[in-house]
Design a protein around this ligand. Structure first.
Ligand SMILES: [Zn+2]
Length: 83
């Protein structure tokens, strides 16, 4: 089942459960939540980008920024510095 994240629309009218957001498994047939299941405060759907997906380019970029040296294997036993 897909996971959906919701967060209280108004932090003042929220409980501990929805104040910082919660994630709930819902089937596609289910209607989206409008209210917190715990306190009934209005909640809004939060779109979260998948956190653990990085492209190769991004990883290289991060490594470079972190000061790592990436070695590319160019031939048997030969490595070339990429940066
Ligand atoms: Zn709540």
């Amino acid at each position: 089942m897909p996971l959906y994240s919701y967060e209280a629309e108004d932090a003042k009218k929220s409980c501990e459960y929805c104040r910082n957001g919660f994630t709930i498994a819902q089937s596609l047939k289910d209607e989206k939540l409008a209210h917190c299941p715990q306190c009934g405060a209005p909640v809004a759907k939060v779109i979260k980008a998948p956190a653990l997906r990085h492209s190769q380019t991004d990883l290289h970029y991060r490594a470079k920024r972190a000061g790592f040296t990436a070695l590319k294997r160019v031939d048997k036993g030969t490595y070339e510095k990429m940066y």
